[in-house]
Design a protein around this ligand. Structure first.
Ligand code: GTP
Ligand code: MG
Length: 494
């Protein structure tokens, strides 16, 4: 269900995260680290230590391209150089470089990385007292020791550089930088193959402590998302709304490193979609519970979208919740309609009221309400003939039903697979004969999800149910939270 849409949302998340992470570097380059919340950084580092003491592996997570890693390594190396000038130490540069990646580690909660760490049994107990000078740059000492241990094992070159005895500052630093680069590159590959893109970048933003997403960073990803949503049949106004929501939430705000860019993007996307699909939601079950009985629900929509089937499913749904139901065949238009709905009634062991073909639908509904009142039936489910909103005669019938039985709810039924057509029809029906909510059928066969995303926002009325198959149990309450989870969660596994 909605697989195409999931994929597209996943692409946006990836693109936006990458764009955001690139910006993190810019911010790092341009800004003074004074702004960084040192306390927060330290807290992170401590957390990292705690984690790593148990298992966490330091550098693995980097999805970042080698050059990113190299940059960071170099930056650190520079800082170390100064420190070393004062107190020449061994592999400080390496240690620091490592420390930086270690500091990064804490965020990425990758299982693989942790596993790797574990494999390093001899996390050296910080042999360098000089680390102190280096620590001034902001990272925890423990990290340095741990990292150094890891590095040597990962790549021979770096290991040497990290050796405490390699007092040659310049050489050590250069090697350290290279080592980091190598490691990062390796881990990048791993990360990518694991599908955990962006991990290392998060790490980087951690080191420096903050990031800001500028409008231009999101331009391309948002444009891609716009095209993707439109091609998934999401209505244009709804696309605009989603993009506006994303811009509002993402752009220009300075964020602490404690929130990863990936989480920020996901949260924004979640909110943006939730906003448009949750429009008008109400508790359907509660409504049935509190309305005076019998509750009368009329189903309307164009031909063949699943109205009659949805009535049968709804009967099952309500009976399972303790309500008795009666069906009313207001489709006096189509030959065979009586027999079709009667079959469902028989299968579900419920009563169905019908008149001769060509009769007055309002009269059938009226009879069904009387039957329900006389027999203590809780809910009347009124079917109607398929019609277009432009079909005046049939639309007049709906108006007459409204006058005669004054339904508690009129539900618009359409098929999710109709995409933009379903969205347009929902709008038109809602204008011609006000609806209270929608049932989107055949969601099981819809990979685009455009109608599911758009109908509520376009009509101002909620999608109440999804038809997810041809069986009587294939009716799901539409839950915006669950829908967003569904759209965003599976993507992670890809
Ligand atoms: N896969 C799938 N098929 C469905 C679903 N709902 C309905 N159908 C199928 O869609 C077809 C049409 O269903 P109906 O209930 O007859 O549609 P209708 O709107 O009453 O049609 P008219 O009375 O002719 O206007 C049937 O074959 C149903 O089994 C659904 O959620 N998923
Ligand atoms: Mg029908």
């Amino acid at each position: 269900m909605f697989d195409n849409l999931k994929e597209k949302l996943g692409s946006f998340r990836k693109d936006a995260e990458e764009a955001a992470e690139e910006n993190v570097e810019e911010v790092e380059d341009e800004e003074d680290l004074e702004d960084v919340d040192e306390a927060a950084v330290e807290a992170e580092a401590e957390a990292a230590d705690a984690e790593e003491a148990g298992a966490a592996e330091p550098e693995a997570p980097d999805t970042t391209p080698g050059d990113d890693a190299a940059e960071v390594a170099e930056t650190e190396a520079d800082g170390d150089l100064e420190a070393e000038a004062a107190a020449p130490d061994s592999g400080e540069a390496a240690a620091n470089a490592d420390a930086s990646s270690a500091a990064v580690e804490p965020e990425p909660e990758s299982a693989d990385t942790e596993a790797e760490l574990e494999s390093e049994p001899e996390p050296e107990p910080e042999p360098e007292p000089e680390t102190e000078s280096g620590s001034g740059s902001g990272s925890g000492l423990d990290l340095e020791g741990m990292i150094r241990d890891d590095e040597p094992e990962e790549s021979a070159g770096p290991a040497d550089a990290a050796e405490p005895d390699a007092e040659a500052d310049a050489a050590a630093e250069t090697e350290a930088a290279e080592a980091v680069e190598d490691d990062d590159t390796d881990t990048d590959d791993e990360a990518e193959s694991n599908g955990s893109t962006g991990f290392g970048r998060k790490a980087k933003s951690l080191v420096k402590g903050k990031f800001v997403i500028e409008e231009e960073d999101l331009e391309d990803p948002l444009h891609e998302l716009e095209l993707a949503l439109l091609s998934s049949d999401v209505e244009m106004g709804v696309v605009d709304e989603i993009l506006d929501n994303l811009r509002d939430e993402l752009i220009g705000e300075t964020r602490a490193f404690t929130t990863s860019t990936g989480d920020v993007i996901e949260e924004a996307l979640r909110d943006a979609i939730y906003d448009v699909i949750s429009v008008g939601q109400f508790d359907f079950n509660e409504r049935i519970a509190i309305e005076d009985k019998p509750v009368v629900i009329v189903f309307t929509g164009v031909n063949g979208v699943g109205k009659t089937t949805s009535i049968a499913k709804m009967s099952r749904y309500l009976e399972e919740r303790g309500y008795s139901t009666v069906m009313a065949n207001g489709d006096t238009y189509r030959a065979g309609a009586n027999e079709q709905i009667q079959e469902h009634a028989d299968a579900l062991d419920t009563k169905c009221i019908s008149h001769e073909q060509g009769g007055d639908p309002a009269a059938v509904l009226y009879d069904a309400v009387e039957y329900a009142e006389a027999n203590d039936i809780d809910v009347v489910l009124g079917d109607t003939a398929g019609r277009l909103h432009t079909d005046e005669g049939l639309m007049d019938q709906l108006a007459k039903i409204d006058r005669v039985v004054d339904p508690d709810m009129t539900l618009f039924v359409d098929e999710a697979v109709a995409g933009q057509d379903a969205v347009n029809r929902a709008r038109e029906f809602n204008e011609a004969a006000e609806i209270d909510g929608a049932v989107l059928t055949k969601a099981d066969a819809d990979s685009n999800g455009g109608a599911a995303i758009s109908v509520a926002h376009v009509t101002g009325k909620p999608i109440l149910f999804l038809g997810v198959g041809q069986g009587y149990d294939h009716l799901e309450r539409f839950d915006p939270d669950e829908m967003v989870d569904r759209l965003l969660e599976d993507e992670d596994e890809e």
